[in-house]
Design a protein around this ligand. Structure first.
Ligand code: CAA
Length: 244
């Protein structure tokens, strides 16, 4: 990493893929703030283990995000790395889906992109440096039965990334998407075992991904050497979906 101090915020940063990202960025020399909303005990345990400060806020609420960005800026400095990782699933076929199941997923997975990035982008533009990394999904690329809400939100992230990358390139800011496949997390563990077996059988490498395999890509995107990569979608999915 270069002389520019990286101050990173990772939403959903205390569990699953997000926890691995927070830890890897800390290891790479960033000052890291990890966001969480529900699992207080898990977040405290993560803090106790890593020393990474934790912040409780809801990424679907614009002004809560504003307040926490201001607090983190006071505590750690101007935020120049944002990892929009927080996300949920509410899997159900569309013909049974409620407006709540639709709206919750869109608000948390997609509207969060605006709610968080809006508050850090001006600081990055002023600093002439920034890294925004948005965590999408293989299911935003290929679609997935039972996930019209999730697939729509994750596909939306890819469009958001490409547009913001073009807006920001002249200001030293890169904006990229990572689209993980099925990774060994609690989210994936919640899939019915017989369906999960079917999914793993369809992954050419014949296993779930590891959280560290996503975190390593984030560390790369945050580095100076990744300065020429922007607007890209990194598909890390064991060959399950080979996108162009
Ligand atoms: N791949 C292949 N077949 C699937 C499937 C999948 N992902 N999901 C469901 N099916 C099949 C089932 O095997 C079943 O087939 P049969 O009728 O031949 O037995 C059929 O679809 C209906 O499935 P259910 O009996 O489970 O029907 P349901 O109405 O109770 O539930 C469902 C439907 C909501 C789609 C449920 O099956 C489900 O949750 N599937 C998993 C969906 C999924 O892959 N979610 C990913 C979560 S992890 C994640 O999102 C992280 C990420 O970014 C990758």
């Amino acid at each position: 990493m270069s002389e520019i101090t990286r101050v990173a915020v990772v939403t959903g940063g205390t569990s699953g893929i997000g926890a691995a990202i927070s830890a890897a960025l800390q290891q790479a020399g960033c000052k890291v703030a990890a966001g969480y909303v529900g699992n207080e005990e898990g977040a405290k345990a993560f803090h106790a283990k890593t020393g990474i400060p934790i912040y409780k806020f809801d990424v679907s609420r614009f002004y809560e995000c504003k307040a926490v960005v201001e607090q983190i800026t006071k505590d750690l400095g101007t935020i120049n790395v944002l990892v929009n990782n927080a996300g949920i699933t509410k899997d159900v076929m569309l013909h049974k889906m409620t407006p709540e199941q639709w709206n919750d997923v869109i608000n948390i997975n997609l509207n969060s992109m605006f709610n968080m990035t809006r508050h850090v982008i001006e600081g990055m533009r002023d600093q002439g440096f920034g890294r925004v990394i948005n965590i999408s999904s293989i299911n935003g690329q290929k679609g997935q039965m039972g996930q019209t809400n999730y697939s729509a939100s994750k596909a939306g992230i890819i469009g958001f990334t490409k547009a913001l990358a073009q807006e920001s390139a002249g200001k030293g800011i890169t904006v990229n998407t990572i689209a993980p496949g099925y990774i060994k997390t609690e989210m994936v563990a919640a899939i019915k075992p017989e369906i999960l077996d079917q999914i793993v059988a369809g992954i050419p490498v014949k296993r779930l991904g590891a959280v560290e395999e996503i975190a390593a890509a984030v560390v790369y995107l945050v580095s100076d050497t990744a300065g020429f990569m922007t607007g890209a979608t990194l598909a890390i999915n064991g060959g399950q979906y080979c996108s162009g």
